[in-house]
Ligand binder design. Structure first.
Ligand code: SF4
Ligand code: SF4
Length: 164
């Protein structure tokens, strides 16, 4: 996995143009069963990829925290929301709460998440490859192919399946 993660940004960069073109066509004409196909590709990919061998999203980007996330996690940590914000979060250029630092403070050495049951919604959903209308988040997805080996593989599989 280490080798895969090391080479991923370069591989994603090489595919950038091709991926832009692919998603631009897909946005104009998406297959009717896109949601079903995405569910299938997502499940196939994550039956092979074990996030515990990777944790690259937790190490390099980190999620944004909604108010609900902050309430839930601070309660779990027996903190006041404001205390939690001051200790772990900052406001980014889009006015969202994000981690003060990466790797995420809640990532343990064995790649387990220390707040797994109450983790932010964005962590639960990353890399969003099983969401509805997947073609509508193409810019984010292209960015994620440089971070997430599963997202990279899923986009490659999409191109194979949907030669458009
Ligand atoms: S909260 Fe957990 S899942 Fe989310 S980035 Fe941190 S360690 Fe990863
Ligand atoms: S979601 Fe992607 S980047 Fe995050 S741990 Fe799983 S494979 Fe790695």
């Amino acid at each position: 996995m280490e080798e895969i993660l090391k080479n991923l940004p370069e591989k994603a960069k090489d595919k950038h143009k091709e991926n832009k073109k692919f998603f631009s066509k897909l946005r104009k004409k998406a297959p009717k069963d896109l949601d079903r196909q995405m569910q299938e590709m997502h499940q196939e990919e994550f039956s092979r990829t074990n996030c515990l061998d990777c944790a690259n999203c937790c190490k390099t980007t980190g999620p944004l925290f909604t108010n609900k996330d902050i309430e839930r996690i601070s309660k779990h940590l027996k903190q006041k929301p404001q205390q939690f914000i001051e200790q772990y979060l900052r406001i980014d250029e889009d006015n969202d709460y994000v981690l003060q630092q990466v790797p995420c403070t809640f990532l343990a050495a064995d790649n387990y998440c220390l707040i797994y049951d109450v983790r932010p919604k964005a962590c639960r959903e990353f890399p969003h490859t099983d969401r509805k209308d997947f073609h509508k988040i193409s810019n984010l997805t292209i960015k994620n192919t440089a971070i997430c080996p599963a997202a990279y593989n899923i986009v490659e599989e999409m191109k194979r399946r949907m030669k458009n």
